[in-house]
Design a binder for this molecule. Structure first.
Ligand SMILES: [Zn+2]
Length: 259
């Protein structure tokens, strides 16, 4: 499968720093500044003033005027740019093809959405794609580390998502009365199956669809795999109309009967 890195991240040509710009966290700000520096082929470094709520980046070339000041606002994690000098008074002296800011964390920010869809995205392919998109050479080991960091972050979010299923079901039944939600767990409260059918889908089927229900199942390719079951009907325009779906541990007589 072909991936275009810029399909996943905002368009590079629109990436600019400006006064008043806000970021949801310090790490998002750092990643953004790294992107700007890598694309414009200069190097910069961060420092904090005695007040740790401020981050300052300056160009690494001696006496260069380029700098950006950002500070935390409110009580949350939001960071806002307060001062910016976007012109350089230096001549960039970077070695073409290398960049100090092309760290594993920066690579992670470029690839994590691709890995979310394809966990077999390899370190070798990451090296090639980063060079193709940014003309920056990163080592295989750095690409590997970025891949591991992405997988760790994605898998933590999977665990949190499975852990929230009971609450999700409660909210569905509370806000969509008449819906059906069944969660089946095994020992240690581990996930086995979930079944979801919204009341609006039941009503739409009874009022507007042809009285035939089709069922099918397909394999899921994410970390925990499993099977997606779906029950569909046809609306009066002969378009597919979803009625209910379920996720189970595998396709067998027991899981089909349960669905
Ligand atoms: Zn400079």
């Amino acid at each position: 499968m072909e991936y275009d890195l810029d399909d996943n991240i905002d368009n590079a040509s629109t990436r600019e720093l400006f006064i008043g710009q806000e970021f949801s966290s310090r790490s998002e700000f750092r990643s953004f500044v790294s992107n700007v520096a890598i694309e414009r082929n200069f190097s910069c470094s961060a420092s904090s003033m005695n007040n740790s709520r401020r981050i300052i980046y300056t160009c690494d070339q001696p006496n260069c005027s380029w700098r950006v000041y950002a500070r935390s606002i409110g009580n949350g994690n939001i960071v806002k740019i307060s001062t910016l000098e976007s012109r350089h008074s230096c001549f960039s002296a970077l070695t073409i093809g290398r960049h100090r800011l092309a760290s594993a964390a920066w690579i992670k920010s470029r690839i994590i959405d691709i890995i979310r869809d394809n966990q077999s995205y390899s370190a070798a392919q990451i090296v090639k794609d980063i060079y193709r998109e940014h003309r920056v050479h990163v080592t295989y080991s750095k690409a590997w580390r970025a891949r591991e960091m992405s997988l760790a972050e994605i898998n933590v979010s999977y665990v949190e998502a499975y852990g929230s299923l009971e609450e999700y079901g409660f909210r569905i039944l509370e806000t969509n009365p008449g819906s059906r939600f069944f969660l089946k767990t095994v020992e240690n409260n581990s996930f086995q199956r979930v079944y979801i059918c919204f009341k609006a889908c039941i009503d739409g089927f009874l009022r507007g669809c042809l009285p035939v229900i089709s069922t099918d199942a397909t394999f899921l390719s994410s970390k925990y795999q499993g099977i997606l079951f779906i029950a569909c009907a046809h609306d009066p325009n002969y378009q597919l109309y979803p009625i209910a779906y379920a996720v189970a541990e595998g396709e067998n007589n027991d899981s089909w009967a349960w669905f």
